[in-house]
Design a protein around this ligand. Structure first.
Ligand code: GTP
Ligand code: MG
Length: 269
């Protein structure tokens, strides 16, 4: 085997073992030779079932990472979760759906997808933060046993918000971080998208809103999309953080009986 070929093989082993999906550059030094390799592996995405959101995200939510849709109440977070789940389930994929607010509505789901698709939704209602902990800890088994294609947690932080106070913040933040670490590990190990939602509160920062949980969900979410609505019920989705898309890219959409569709309104926000 030529020295160059041995470098290539070594490099491929390192890269694919660690499951890297985006373009990478690496330098390997062996026998005083330096080999620079470029590896381009396409990021896989899952369609959201909503044309403007797919346009925003270059095709859909990324496999292998956590995508976080955040915004005020009524901005459309749950609708996004139901829409993406409906799209995956209609295509025969299976969805693990953790619902901490009893907001998943089978009727709403069946407005968007056919009734059979509902069989592909594994719904788990959680009512306190410990139960959310246990459910997320047990997710990997479900993913392996059922061949789950998408994980949804709507909302990740509503039960966290109920539990956290001035005395226990460090400990509860640690629990939240552990949940996100587990979700991130499952996303990476099984190459599937994890979709979470996040409430916000008013702050004095640039856009006046801060994520509940602050830096913890921001750190773990490789894609952050801010949802907002104007007084004509037009919704805006804006990239706030992404590994490969420009911050500030935005699209408009509307929530209709049939699901999330492109908005004909130019929209004032
Ligand atoms: P919170 O969970 O309270 O934080 O809100 P959210 O961001 O999850 O908002 P959600 O996705 O629940 O959006 C609620 C809005 O969706 C409502 O105000 C309605 O305007 C709209 N909506 C929900 N269901 C339907 C429907 O069947 N038809 C139409 N046209 N609109 C709907
Ligand atoms: Mg909701």
């Amino acid at each position: 085997m030529s020295p160059l070929l041995s470098h290539v093989i070594q490099f491929e082993c390192i890269e694919f073992k660690s499951g890297v999906w985006c373009s990478k550059e690496a330098e390997l030094v062996k026998d005083k030779r330096v080999v620079t390799l470029f590896l381009f592996v396409e990021v896989e995405r899952v369609s959201t079932g909503c044309e403007p959101l797919d346009t925003l995200l270059n095709g859909g939510v990324e496999k292998g990472v956590i995508s976080n849709f955040y915004g005020e109440s009524g901005s459309g977070k749950t609708n996004v979760c139901i829409q993406v789940s409906a799209k995956v389930a209609e295509n025969g994929g299976k969805v693990a759906y953790i619902d901490s607010e009893a907001s998943f509505s089978p009727e709403r789901f069946m407005q968007i997808a056919n009734e059979d698709a509902l069989d592909n939704i594994f719904l788990k209602d959680v009512t306190d933060f410990e139960q959310q902990d246990e459910t997320i800890e047990g997710l990997e088994n479900l993913v392996e046993d059922e061949g789950i294609d998408l994980i949804v947690v709507d909302s990740l932080v509503s039960l966290y918000r109920l539990k956290v106070n001035g005395d226990n913040a460090q400990e509860v933040n640690q629990e939240l971080s552990q949940q996100l670490s587990t979700l991130s590990g499952i996303a990476r190990n099984h190459n599937l998208p994890v979709l979470i939602t996040n409430q916000v509160y008013t702050s004095f920062d640039e856009d006046g809103l801060e994520l509940v949980g602050r830096d913890v969900p921001k750190y773990w979410s490789k894609c952050l999309v801010k949802l907002s609505q104007n007084d004509k019920n037009v919704r805006k989705a804006r990239i706030a953080k992404h590994r490969s898309l420009p911050e500030g890219k935005e699209v408009l959409f509307e929530i209709t009986d049939e699901g999330l569709v492109k908005s004909s309104d130019s929209g004032l926000f």
